[in-house]
Design a binder for this molecule. Structure first.
Ligand SMILES: C[S@@+](CC[C@H](N)C(=O)[O-])C[C@H]1O[C@@H](n2cnc3c(N)ncnc32)[C@H](O)[C@@H]1O
Length: 192
């Protein structure tokens, strides 16, 4: 059984860590790509805590795509939010379906990151966006987290900000990595 199957109830208690300010920040990074009534896929969206808030902030349709039924089971009922079982490596939507893809604290869990990047390029419309919120693995406490994730059977495949930009550029998505608070940073890009 995977880590998130049994950790889902615990994660659900801490998943809603999004203040109104942080939701507005994320909405601002997505707004250039997601128009009102547009379509956003929250890949690895887990319990949907962020998706519900973003659906309101952007006035958009948000799909929470996640392979863990126990996580998806917590997605709140909301007319603008749909939950779907599936992986980043095989996104169950047609080409150009989405205005943008968001990945929050999940990219390092993907077992085939090149396949995920290829799927982002395929499913995001021309001129659409890819926003990835990640953690820089270099601080000492992050090294402990990386080791713990690996012990729990997760890939722990973290990138430094420069590494993330280089990875996406190599896989057809050009963008920028912007440092945020502590080890957090964001990648914002557009498929070529
Ligand atoms: C740490 S949780 C983050 C959840 C949410 N995005 C958040 O920020 O609260 C990581 C999520 O990634 C999901 N995940 C793991 N492998 C995945 C994959 N290959 N494709 C999509 N999601 C995946 C897990 O099921 C889990 O819900």
């Amino acid at each position: 059984m995977g880590f998130f199957n049994w950790a889902a109830p615990v994660f659900n208690r801490v998943a809603d860590r999004w203040s109104p300010e942080s939701v507005e920040d994320i909405a601002e990074w997505l707004r250039p790509y997601v128009p009102p009534r547009g379509r956003l896929i929250d890949v690895g969206g887990g319990t949907g805590a962020l998706a519900v808030k973003l659906a309101r902030a952007l006035d958009a349709e948000v799909v929470v795509l996640d392979p863990t039924p126990e996580m998806i089971g917590y997605v709140p009922e909301d007319p603008s939010v749909r939950s779907l079982l599936g992986t980043a490596e095989q996104i169950p939507f047609a080409d150009d379906w989405a205005d943008a893809v968001l990945v929050s604290d999940a990219f390092h869990h993907f077992r085939d990151q090149p396949a995920a990047a290829a799927e982002f390029s395929r499913v995001v419309r021309p001129g659409g966006g890819v926003v990835v919120l990640e953690l820089d693995p270099r601080p000492w406490f992050m090294r402990v987290i990386v080791a713990a994730e690996k012990l729990l059977g997760e890939p722990g495949a973290f990138f430094t900000p420069d590494g993330m930009c280089a990875f996406f550029a190599e896989h057809g998505i050009d963008g920028q990595c912007t440092p945020m608070k502590g080890p957090s940073y964001r990648f914002t890009g557009t498929p070529r």
